[in-house]
Design a protein around this ligand. Sequence first.
Ligand SMILES: NC(=O)c1ccc[n+]([C@@H]2O[C@H](COP(=O)([O-])OP(=O)(O)OC[C@H]3O[C@@H](n4cnc5c(N)ncnc54)[C@H](OP(=O)(O)O)[C@@H]3O)[C@@H](O)[C@H]2O)c1
Length: 261
Amino acid sequence: MRDLSEQCGILTGATSGVGRALARLLAERGARLVISGRRESRLIDLASEYPGLLIPLPGDITNSRFQEELVEKAKEAFGGIDLVIAAAGVGAVGPFSESSLETMRSVFEIDFFAPVDLVYKSLPHLKNGLSPAVVLIGSILGVHPLPLHGGYAAAKAALHGFANAVRPELASLGIDVQVAILGPTESEFWDNLIAGERASWSQGRPLSAETTAAAIIATMERGGDAVTPGWRAKAYVFLSRFFPSLIDLFVRWKRRLPRQL
Ligand SMILES: NC(=O)c1ccc[n+]([C@@H]2O[C@H](COP(=O)([O-])OP(=O)(O)OC[C@H]3O[C@@H](n4cnc5c(N)ncnc54)[C@H](OP(=O)(O)O)[C@@H]3O)[C@@H](O)[C@H]2O)c1
């Protein structure tokens, strides 16, 4: 059982949605975190709710130098790093034929390379951490993709693959690697898409960011390779494993599309 009250580390994506809910719940448990995101005033407001526990450091997570600053700040403030929680992420929606490689690269930079880079840069400190853990935020679309979400689904699938590949390697260093496989969640995700807009057929009933964060934290405390918050996301993952064509049929029906696109 991991005692979060004794832990410290880095949390990205703390300015809204799941990351902000994680920051609050972790701070309420006594965890000390350097929190990041680009919107500085939001970070400062959040940190002021938990003085001494949350330290704001605004910046762009795709900037490698900023990643170094995050690691340095955590080391300087806490003397080490036990937790790296990568909640920053963006989406992009639209037909592949109308999308650009630039958009796909941006999605991969934020959703895949940024968390991988942060974990890499934190490793020397995680190795010496107290019950160290890496928490990556994935998506049900990384388990089974949906049309119009090619870049995003591919980036999340890559993140899941990365987590599964390095988990045994990092376990030998005593570091846990956990993946949260999220379904629709209340946040600013759909307002902040870097391309396109949400398709009406893809709008499921979202889980609150707080419920999602609580499920992630329960898994951090209890241990486990993955958490899939909410029964809808669990059902999607179950279907994707045993009846994947049912998901595809359902999507075709929702979009009123013929069998051949
Ligand atoms: N909401 C959903 O339905 C859903 C479903 C499946 C998976 N997810 C995943 O859940 C995670 C959290 O997303 P959310 O739903 O909470 O969305 P959100 O409310 O839009 O939060 C995204 C966070 O990422 C940060 N961010 C984005 N680009 C950044 C950049 N270049 N540099 C630094 N920070 C950046 C944002 O901060 P700034 O804008 O201030 O920089 C914000 O704090 C993401 O990985 C997302 O893919 C969400």
